[in-house]
Design a binder for this molecule. Structure first.
Ligand code: SF4
Length: 227
C-alpha cells in the first residue's frame, strides 16, 4: 500500500486532538526501572492488566531481587507468576532474559538503554526470545518515556478502520505509524487509543454513532455516509 504521509500525519494530528479532548492529554510522568518494565510487559502478554500486576507483585514478593529470579528454579518462578496465565512459557522466557543480560554485562541492569538511540534500544530488546515489537516499544515508552509507539490489538484494529494503515500486520503497523506520529504525541496517542478501543471501538459492534473520531474514520464514512 502506498501512503500519502503528509495527509496521514495531519489526520493523526486531528485524531490526537479529538482523543485528548475526550480522554484528557496523557503525560508520561515518572520513570520505571527498564528491567522491571520489561518483565512486567512480558507478564502482560495474553492476560489482563489486573492479573499481570498481581503476577508481578507475587514475583517480587517471592524473589525481591532479579538476581534471585535468575538463580531460582524455573518451576518456582512459574509458581509465583501462575495467576497471570501461561506461566510455563513466561517463566523460562524471563529466566533466559536474565541469564543473557547477566552473561553480556555481568549485572542485571538495563538503564544504559536510556543513553542509546531509540532504534538501537529497540533492536537490543528484540534479540531476546519472547520480546516482540510491542513488548520492546512498551518497555521503552513506559520505563523511559521514549517516543516509541507500541501497537496493541486495539490500536491495530482502530488504525485499520480509521484508514491510517492498510490491512497489514501489527508488526508492520509499528513501522508505518512510528514515522507518522509526532514524538510529543506518542504517549498520549497510545494511551487514549487503547482506552478508545476498550470503551468505544470494540472488536465487535463498534459504537460509531457516539465515537468522537467518526468524522475522520474511513469505516464510518463507508458504512454510514455512502448508503
Ligand atoms: S467510527 Fe466506529 S470504527 Fe471508526 S474509530 Fe469510531 S468506533 Fe471505531
Amino acid at each position: 500500500m502506498c501512503y500519502n504521509y503528509p495527509v496521514k500525519m495531519s489526520k493523526i494530528s486531528r485524531i490526537v486532538e479529538l482523543l485528548d479532548e475526550e480522554y484528557g492529554r496523557q503525560e508520561w510522568t515518572y520513570p520505571e526501572r527498564v528491567l522491571d518494565e520489561l518483565i512486567l510487559t512480558i507478564l502482560s502478554q495474553n492476560t489482563t492488566a489486573k492479573t499481570c500486576k498481581q503476577a508481578f507483585a507475587r514475583l517480587r514478593e517471592r524473589f525481591p531481587a532479579w538476581e534471585d529470579v535468575r538463580l531460582a528454579r524455573c518451576s518456582d518462578v512459574a509458581e509465583a507468576i501462575k495467576v497471570g496465565g501461561l506461566a510455563n512459557q513466561k517463566a523460562p522466557r524471563i529466566k533466559q532474559i536474565l541469564e543473557e543480560v547477566y552473561a553480556q554485562q555481568g549485572s542485571l541492569d538495563l538503564e544504559w538503554l536510556a543513553d542509546v538511540p531509540d532504534t538501537e534500544a529497540v533492536d537490543y530488546l528484540l534479540k531476546f526470545h519472547g520480546v516482540g515489537r510491542k513488548t520492546a516499544a512498551c518497555t521503552l515508552m513506559f520505563a523511559l518515556g521514549r517516543p516509541v509507539f507500541p501497537v496493541d490489538t486495539h490500536i491495530h484494529r482502530i488504525a485499520i478502520r480509521v484508514g491510517l494503515i492498510g490491512d497489514v500486520t501489527a508488526d508492520q503497523a509499528h513501522d508505518i505509524l512510528q514515522v507518522m506520529i509526532a514524538p510529543e504525541d506518542v504517549y498520549s496517542f497510545h494511551i487514549n487509543l487503547v482506552t478508545h478501543g476498550r470503551q468505544v471501538c470494540h472488536a465487535h459492534s463498534p459504537e460509531c454513532e457516539r465515537c468522537v473520531i467518526n468524522e475522520e474514520c474511513d469505516y464510518f464514512v463507508k458504512r454510514y455516509k455512502t448508503e
